[in-house]
Ligand binder design. Structure first.
Ligand code: PBG
Length: 344
């Protein structure tokens, strides 16, 4: 017996059983079946919401260079994607428009066109795949030539005027068939105004998923390429999105949105903000969602493409983490891939 081994042997002054009082937590981890029995959280295809990018035209599919594997689809192809989602057991899709630059202006006036890209796509999907939920983003950024979520006057995003436009746009989206309206702009008072507008239009049953806590995040980078605001956005969104440093303020935002009539609340981005998810869920016990945003998706994809991580396992682990943090569901670009794996 060599000396090194002797030292190691003597290192324990008490036996492990004395230390743990016989409590050995590894017992339940010994085999797959017992790990399965004690598993606390499960991911299901029913937890997933799939964000889909929409472009004009027929039979069009475009690549997004910063989001490998994610496309932009014309409405007819988006219908096929929605069918695929339905088959995979994904309950809902969330639509985001890449609007032709020639149609964008300072006030985002296209958002009030009942036949704009988002409303046409919503109609096509609801006509052809009526049983899938359609969530529409009601924000001005796809329609403004400056890329902001609000009307910009003399360098200021004007709140109330923006809310008025968004509330009217929400009713048009409901008219086109949207089941859930999801305002992502963070203007004050938008939830209440949207609720009023939906109700007076006869859409009492259309729900509101508020982006209750949306942070001024650099993780949205690839999304801006996806909807074409990467080149147009002037400045940043810090006067309306939340400071990434704040969590009490995130609770105040959520409380306000619930008081104004939000049916579901969302935290965005996702993985770097799981502490917010946990606090929101524990404080309000509301249906709580997180958006695993474009930058989160692209980071995983890039590392996987380089062989630095096992992309499939990291994808599933990242989604499970949302469930563990308290999410009822997750908006994720991985939705169809994750659902395929879950259904296997
Ligand atoms: C803006 C909006 C953003 C996202 C969806 N809608 C953020 C932004 O561009 O500032 C981000 C989604 C993502 O990154 O996946 N209304």
């Amino acid at each position: 017996m060599n000396k090194v081994f002797k030292v190691a042997e003597n290192a324990l002054s008490r036996s492990v059983d004395d230390i743990t009082q016989g409590r050995r937590l590894r017992r339940m981890r010994r085999s797959e079946w017992s790990r399965n029995l004690v598993q606390e959280n499960q991911l299901n295809a029913k937890d997933l919401i799939w964000p889909i990018f929409i472009i004009d035209g027929q039979s069009q599919r475009e690549e997004i260079s910063a989001m490998p594997g994610v496309g932009r689809f014309s409405a007819d192809l988006a219908v096929l994607e929605a069918k695929r989602a339905m088959t995979l057991g994904i309950p809902a899709v969330a639509l985001f428009a890449n609007v032709d630059v020639s149609l964008r202006d300072a006030t985002g006036s296209q958002i009030l066109d009942p036949d704009n890209l988002i409303n046409r796509a919503t109609r096509s999907i609801k006509d052809n795949v009526p049983d899938i939920g359609v969530i529409t983003d009601v924000a001005l950024d796809p329609f403004t030539d400056h890329g902001h979520d609000g009307i910009l006057r003399e360098g200021i995003i004007v709140n109330d005027e923006t809310v008025d436009v968004i509330a009217r746009a929400a009713e048009l989206q409901a008219r086109a068939g949207a089941d859930i309206i999801a305002p992502s702009d963070m203007m004050d008072g938008r939830i209440g105004a949207i609720r009023d507008s939906l109700d007076s239009g006869g859409f009492q049953d259309v729900a509101i998923m508020s982006y209750a806590t949306k942070f001024a995040s650099a993780f949205y980078g690839p999304y801006r390429e996806a909807i074409g605001t990467d080149k147009t956005l002037k400045g940043d969104k810090k006067t309306y999105y939340l400071d990434p440093a704040n969590t009490d303020e995130a609770l105040r935002e959520t409380e306000q949105d619930i008081a104004e009539g939000a049916d579901m609340v969302m935290v965005k981005p996702g993985m770097p903000y799981l502490d917010i998810v946990r606090r929101v869920k524990e404080t309000f016990q509301m249906p709580t969602f997180a958006y695993q945003v474009s930058g989160e998706y692209s980071m995983i994809e890039a590392a996987a493409a380089n062989g630095w991580i096992d992309g499939e396992r990291v994808m599933m682990e990242s989604l499970l983490a949302f469930k563990r943090a308290g999410c009822d569901g997750i908006l994720t670009y991985f939705a169809p891939r994750a659902a395929e794996l879950l259904n296997r």
